[in-house]
Design a protein around this ligand. Structure first.
Ligand code: ZN
Length: 197
């Protein structure tokens, strides 16, 4: 347990009255000193409950959760917490670290950085093979493409380059082969993605 001096410097924006030094932590079955105070409710911010450091953290964490409950409900819920919803780590040991982002900490007891922002989610494109890359360029489209778009792009190109429409030109024939190959590569790739994802 922290000494009184450490406690007060740790929590210096939260001065206590000297006569309250001997409060016990109000958490059921906790026999630590209640050196940290939490407002009893939003309506009674001048009325406090006292907790040890471990439990003030839990109280802060559950502040929103208990909002709107009356004292008895909170008390019985907390007892239920202790008995039924027992955390899988032992209180007072390191356990999972509390993410300051999710803790309502109006008194900055945890000194958590409040400007912490979750990492930006970048869309991750599945890697595409060299063959697919070539296929996209043959069809003149960009990754990713929907099955329908792929199909209609393919039909359009086939119509455009079909040897019948180009007086049986050898060049068109080659082009059509390339387009067919590209289309099948992309169609197979998209099918296998659908089936493996
Ligand atoms: Zn406690």
């Amino acid at each position: 347990m922290k000494t009184r001096h450490e406690t007060e410097s740790f929590c210096n924006n939260n001065p206590r009255h000297p006569e309250q030094n001997d409060y016990a932590c109000e958490w059921p079955d906790c026999d630590h000193t209640g050196s940290y105070r939490a407002p009893r409710s939003r309506d009674e911010i001048n009325s406090y409950r006292w907790f040890c450091l471990d439990h003030i953290r839990l109280v802060n964490k559950s502040w929103n959760y208990y909002e709107g409950m009356d004292d008895d409900a909170v008390e019985s819920d907390r007892r239920y917490d202790v008995v039924g919803r027992r955390p899988s780590w032992k209180l007072g040991t390191s356990g999972p670290s509390l993410n300051p982002e999710f803790i309502h900490d109006p008194m900055h007891i945890l000194h958590g950085k409040q400007d912490h922002k979750p990492a930006q989610c970048k869309p991750v494109s599945p890697p595409i093979s060299k063959d697919e890359e070539n296929a996209y360029s043959v069809l003149g489209i960009d990754y990713p493409v929907s099955t329908n778009d792929l199909k209609s792009r393919y039909k359009k190109l086939v119509k455009l380059h079909h040897p019948d429409a180009n007086k049986g030109s050898k060049k068109s024939e080659e082009k059509i082969k390339k387009i067919n190959r590209a289309y099948h590569i992309l169609r197979d790739a998209s099918n296998s993605r659908i089936h493996t994802n």
